[in-house]
Design a protein around this ligand. Structure first.
Ligand SMILES: [Zn+2]
Length: 68
């Protein structure tokens, strides 16, 4: 099993709500499951009004701008 949030976890949706394009203040959950696939919000998946857009499949490392 892959660990949730691991750099190589494949993410199929990302939230493009401009209000969420900021880092969360405290430790937050940025991964959730949408339509059975991993989805990433840079702010916090616990808040509402996400605007999910398909990514075509990118890794957590790519989403976070990290070098994998
Ligand atoms: Zn969001």
């Amino acid at each position: 099993m892959e660990r949730t949030g691991a750099k190589r976890t494949l993410v199929h949706f990302r939230c493009t709500n401009p209000a969420h394009a900021r880092p969360a203040t405290l430790r937050s959950d940025t991964l959730t499951v949408v339509e059975g696939l991993w989805a990433y919000c840079p702010f916090d998946i616990r808040v509402g009004d996400h605007d999910w857009q398909p990514t075509g499949g990118v890794t957590m490392g790519e989403l976070r701008g990290e070098t994998v």
